[in-house]
Design a protein around this ligand. Structure first.
Ligand code: FAD
Length: 154
C-alpha cells in the first residue's frame, strides 16, 4: 500500500473477496450489508461500488484516507466473506464514484460484453484482476447501472 500523506487525502482502495453467505440467506444478508454500508459510508464521506457476482465480491472504496482504511479494516473482520485481497490502494486525484452505489447481484446477459472484455465470461475471478482492470470493470458496471436507472425513469 502506498504512503498516506494525510488523513484527508483522497484514497481509493479496491479489493476482491469470496462470499461465504449461504445461498438461502444471500438476498437478506446483501440487503443488510448495503443498508449498513450506505449509512456508515455517508457518515465518513466514503463513496464506491460493491459488485456481487458468482460467489465473489469486488468493491471500490473512495474517501478520506483514514476513513477508507478504518472501513476496510472493519470489512476484513466480517465473517460474511473470506480471502480478501487488496488489488490496489493509494491516493487518487479525484473521485471516480461520487456516491455509494450497489450493483445488482447478478450481471445480466446484457452485461456479458464487460466480462468478455476481461476474458472472464466463464469464470469470474476478480482476485486475479489488476487494480486498473478492476477499476474499469467497476466503472463499466456503474455506467450500466446509471443507464438502467435512466431508462427506468423514461
Ligand atoms: P455490527 O453490526 O455491530 O457488527 C459487529 C460484527 O459482526 C462485525 O464484525 C460485523 O462484520 C459482524 N456482522 C454483522 N452482521 C453480521 C451478520 N449478519 N452475519 C455475520 N456477521 C455479522 N460496512 C461499511 O461500513 N461500509 C462498506 O462499504 C461495507 N462494505 C462491505 C462489503 C462486504 C463484502 C461485506 C461482507 C461487508 C461490508 N460492510 C461494509 C459491513 C461491515 O463489514 C460491517 O458489518 C459494518 O460496517 C458494521 O460494522 P459494526 O462493527 O458497526 O457493526
Amino acid at each position: 500500500m502506498s504512503t498516506i500523506s494525510g488523513s484527508r487525502t483522497l484514497h481509493r482502495l479496491i479489493y476482491a473477496s469470496r462470499n461465504t453467505i449461504p445461498a438461502i440467506d444471500l438476498n437478506e444478508e446483501i440487503g443488510a450489508i448495503i443498508r449498513a454500508s450506505i449509512r456508515r459510508n455517508r457518515e465518513v464521506a466514503i463513496g464506491g461500488l460493491l459488485l456481487v457476482h458468482q460467489g465473489h465480491f469486488l468493491q471500490v472504496l473512495e474517501g478520506p484516507a483514514e476513513a477508507v482504511l478504518t472501513t476496510y479494516g472493519r470489512i476484513c473482520d466480517d465473517p460474511r466473506h473470506t480471502d480478501t485481497k487488496v488489488l490496489g490502494a493509494g491516493p487518487a486525484a479525484k473521485r471516480a464514484f461520487a456516491e455509494w452505489n450497489m450493483c445488482a447481484r447478478r450481471i445480466t446477459p446484457a452485461d456479458d460484453a464487460i466480462l468478455d472484455t476481461l476474458s472472464m465470461r466463464t469464470a469470474f475471478e476478480p482476485n486475479r484482476l489488476t487494480a486498473g482492470s478492476a477499476l474499469r470493470l467497476l466503472q463499466a458496471v456503474r455506467g450500466i447501472q446509471d443507464r438502467t436507472q435512466l431508462s427506468a425513469m423514461r
